[in-house]
Design a binder for this molecule. Structure first.
Ligand SMILES: [Zn+2]
Length: 138
């Protein structure tokens, strides 16, 4: 394994032993640490995608069976609520897939992928925004 150090903020890379990035002053990460974090991202992303996917299937089943005789679980929301749930599930699964992609990239190259991180940050921000909007509506 190389001793390459990379900056998590800018794309600075070096083979010298430096503690901080000369461009932006952030602590540099070793390729080994970036790879370990990559595995964390992959596991987290896989968990999110599988968990939300499974939950989506269960919920979809409940929604599609609503109104049928003999069904104990009922879904009372309208079509806009269904669309809303699908959007949130889609976003979380998308976030999980992004996390897997970012993790695989880090394991493969030993350095972070800045555009992917920015995209993850945007999706996470959207989810937080939707979450607070829901709380506001209640
Ligand atoms: Zn930097």
């Amino acid at each position: 394994m190389s001793q390459t150090l990379s900056c998590p903020k800018c794309d600075f890379e070096t083979n010298e032993v430096l503690a901080k990035c000369p461009n932006c002053g952030r602590r540099l990460q070793s390729a080994k640490k970036v790879r370990i974090l990559g595995w964390v991202l992959v596991l987290l992303g896989a968990f999110l995608a599988i968990f939300m996917g499974g939950l989506g299937v269960v919920l979809g089943g409940i929604i599609s069976r609503t109104g049928q005789p003999g069904e104990t679980s009922r879904f009372t929301g309208g079509p806009e609520v269904v669309l809303f749930i699908v959007a949130i599930f889609g976003l979380v699964i998308f976030f999980g897939l992004l996390s897997i992609a970012a993790g695989v990239w880090q394991i493969w190259y030993g350095k972070p992928n800045t555009p992917l991180r920015v995209l993850m940050f945007v999706v996470a921000g959207l989810l937080v925004l939707i979450g607070s909007a829901v709380r506001f509506l209640d």
